[in-house]
Design a protein around this ligand. Structure first.
Ligand code: MGD
Ligand code: MGD
Ligand code: SF4
Ligand code: MO
Length: 667
């Protein structure tokens, strides 16, 4: 029997592999033997006909691919990199890479090639939370754990659909409810998560800042804030208090779409709850004011002092299995390594550690900037930017101009494949080993459970080959992921709060390591939390007479993003269709659209055809399309948060037509 972990979501459930079967690990604390359909089907996705099994190469994206060799592919990439100015090279990584893959790619890009254009799809996912955590508590640090839900009285879920996106954690929430936990769900859709809520608040899209500001204002006005905590551990209180004197409370409440009775009922529960956790995900992060939404939420915990105490705190629910590990390593272009930045002192420390003189002091391009930067070489690994970036027509036009696009993928059916020149076959989950950090800082190890397909290689090895092709054999002389992990462990000592040197690579699958457990204080220079006054500036795309609906996008339980792994005949569970568009019955009636009818959804940027799902669970004038529809980003707008540069996926103005009419239009 081999113990391993699921490679899908940030919960990071423990698994056991016995001969040919995979089951949940009963001894693993967070899942206690449970797995969701994705975890159970991990093994099946290894053996599908859509695996990418050989290196492929072509000169132009108009040509057909030809089978290539590793030698030829790596030589071609290395040659091109050598001829290319550093600032024209980009690495586009993923929160699904293992820590060792991330570490080596970051070291190669930032440390040796000398480009800080090393970023990740986490930019589209967690970057607003990262910036906000850094501003308010001093570091990208999640100050509580999932099992704190058993030590709290109230769990507020804002813009998080745990029933579909963090399934096993959701089951734990249900269990905690049996012991008295109260749950509030804030979401414009009555989601499966809302079904377990004690209070469900159908907030209007994009008004979370108003909602959290209303809580903060009430805490201050009614003197319910924690005076002792605020006086000793929090900055900017007077400023916030004065600013709040002038905020238009009625207008704020109106913007949330909630009645004062709804808000009061919520606030009664809030007031009487001794311990409170507020958890959030994409409903807040993916916004043109994503950072501000996070800050408004964290403010409530700083005012109430409900932070760094058991059963309390702001809990960002990371989505991908190793988005956290990637952040720790330094996989974002806005940090160098181990949470260090590009200041002279940090560069010195990292240069000494890596024994290099090539580190650049300029912040690199983010994933959301790379395609617009006229790059000459773009290396994409374990992610599908053509699928996932907003405003896809623009994305396709931009990526088609890049002279060399390299795609490293374990499957052949990504949307990006159409735009690559070289495709390298990676070994997926089960065919390789390495570590990952889940959403609450638990470092675990994925084990190799089956032989690696002949021509496939683990991602770390592909980056090693590239490093060697560029002449860095000595600096990248790793024989296995363990050596990389151990070097990374040493590196974490450069940043005192990150030290993970006590973990043991060989033990990790049996004995996970939780980093940061001793941190019980703010990580800011003065050890105090920072309050920020933020306002809803209504910066998202607005509806108009032509585009009267707001489009939301998000997850369904059994599908993983683009579906290269989960949308297989063998793995697919028919829990929900892949392709539907939720619409409120009143809107549907007005437009004479019936349940199940084909409709065309159109924005000013693009369009797609889908099926109407008429349901009371969505607010009026709001639509929802799941991201298992791989075409969804033809519709979305590409506005970014100005600090985190995260896209505003949940606020695109669209219109709908019956498909039949649209079809006639075309004739
Ligand atoms: N099954 C499955 N699970 C996954 C994934 C997957 O692909 N499939 N992906 C993983 C990843 S990478 C991530 S990031 C997480 C995402 O996890 P979640 O963020 O929980 O998933 P989403 O479906 O994007 O849900 C966001 C919720 O926010 C709501 N929302 C939209 N706009 C607003 C708003 O303005 N305010 C509020 N309060 N709510 C709003 C939406 O209606 C939706 O219910 O899931 C992870 N887990
Ligand atoms: N409209 C809209 N767009 C969104 C979002 C949204 O909510 N709405 N969410 C955003 C968020 S939060 C995220 S995280 C992104 C996710 O977007 P992506 O990261 O693009 O989605 P995935 O389908 O998970 O892509 C992972 C890729 O890795 C490949 N792969 C699998 N295993 C391996 C392996 O071992 N090695 C390598 N090299 N490749 C492998 C898969 O085949 C797949 O092509 O989408 C973002 N885009
Ligand atoms: S909840 Fe997440 S980690 Fe657990 S089995 Fe499901 S996908 Fe895997
Ligand atoms: Mo994500």
């Amino acid at each position: 029997m081999i113990k391993s972990v699921c490679g899908y979501c940030g919960v990071g459930c423990g698994l056991e592999f016995n001969k040919d079967t995979l089951i949940g690990d009963i001894a693993y604390p967070i899942n206690e033997g449970n797995l969701c359909s994705k975890g159970i089907s991990e093994l099946i996705s290894i053996d599908t006909p859509t695996r990418l099994l050989r290196p492929l190469l072509r000169e132009s994206i108009k040509d057909e691919y030809k089978i290539s060799s590793w030698q030829e592919s790596i030589d071609t990439i290395a040659e091109k990199i050598k001829q290319t100015p550093k600032d024209k090279i980009g690495f586009y990584l993923s929160g699904q890479l293992l820590t060792e893959d991330y570490y080596i790619a970051n070291k190669l890009g930032k440390g040796f090639i000398g480009t800080n254009n090393v970023d990740t799809n986490s930019r589209t996912c967690m970057s607003s939370a990262i910036v906000a955590y850094k501003k308010s508590i001093g570091a990208d640090f999640v100050p509580l754990r999932m099992d704190d839900i058993f030590k709290t009285n109230l769990l507020i879920l804002a813009g998080a659909n745990t029933a579909e996106a963090h399934v096993v954690f959701h089951n734990q929430i249900k269990k905690a409810k049996k012991y008295g936990l109260k749950v509030v769900v804030i979401d414009p859709r009555f989601t499966d998560t809302a079904k377990i809520a004690d209070i469900y608040l159908p907030i209007k899209v994009g008004s979370d800042i108003d909602f959290f500001n209303l809580i903060s204002k009430r805490l201050i006005d009614e003197e319910l804030y924690n005076k002792e905590f605020v006086a000793n551990h929090v900055n900017n209180f007077e400023l916030l208090k004065n600013k709040f004197k002038r905020v238009p409370t009625t207008k704020m409440l109106k913007r949330t779409g909630l009645t004062s009775e709804q808000f009061d009922a919520f606030f009664e529960l809030y007031k009487e709850s001794k311990n409170i956790i507020t958890a959030w995900t994409m409903g807040l992060n993916q916004s043109v004011q994503g950072v501000d939404k996070n800050l408004a939420l964290i403010n409530t915990h700083l005012l109430s002092g409900k932070i760094f105490k058991e059963g309390n705190g702001p809990l960002s629910l990371t989505g991908q299995p190793n988005a956290m590990g990637g952040r720790e390593v330094g996989g974002l272009s806005t940090s160098l390594a181990v949470h260090l930045g590009f200041d002279a002192k940090s560069i010195q420390k990292v240069s000494n550690f890596w024994n290099t003189t090539s580190i650049n002091n300029k912040v690199g391009l983010t994933a959301t900037q790379m395609l617009e930067a006229n790059l000459d070489v773009l290396i994409i690994c374990h992610t599908d930017p053509v699928y996932h970036l907003p405003n896809r027509n623009k994305v396709e036009a931009l990526i088609a101009r890049i002279p060399m696009v390299v795609e490293i993928n374990a499957y052949e059916n990504s949307q990006t494949a159409k735009f690559a020149h070289i495709r390298l076959p990676a070994a997926p989950w089960g065919e390789k080993e390495g570590t990952q950090t889940n959403l609450d800082r638990t470092i675990t190890k994925q084990e190799k459970l089956t032989r690696t397909s002949i021509e496939c290689k683990p991602d770390w090895e592909i980056f090693k080959l590239l490093a060697c092709g560029l002449g860095y054999e000595k600096e990248f002389n790793y024989k296995n992921p363990k050596e990389i992990f151990e070097e990374y462990q040493q590196m974490t000592k450069l940043n005192d709060y990150m030290d993970i040197s006590e973990a043991s690579y060989d033990e990790l699958s049996k004995k996970p390591f939780i980093w940061g457990e001793k941190i019980k204080n703010f990580l800011t220079p003065d050890k105090k939390g920072n309050l920020f006054f933020v306002e809803n500036k209504l910066l998202s795309e607005k509806t108009s007479l032509e585009y009267p609906f707001i489009l939301l996008t998000g997850r369904t339980r059994d599908q993983w993003h683009s579906g290269t792994k989960t949308n297989q005949p063998t793995t697919l569970l028919k829990y929900k269709e892949l392709n539907f568009c939720e619409i409120n019955p009143q809107d549907a009636e007005y437009l004479n659209i019936k349940n199940g009818e084909s409709i065309k959804v159109i924005s000013s940027r693009g369009e797609l055809v889908t099926k109407a799902l008429v349901t009371e669970s969505i607010r009026k004038k709001t639509l929802f399309i799941p991201i298992s529809n791989t075409q969804v980003n033809y519709l979305t707008n590409d506005l970014l948060d100005r600090e985190s540069l995260q896209p505003d996926y949940n606020h695109s103005a669209v219109k709908i037509q019956k498909y039949i009419e649209a079809h006639n239009d075309l004739q």
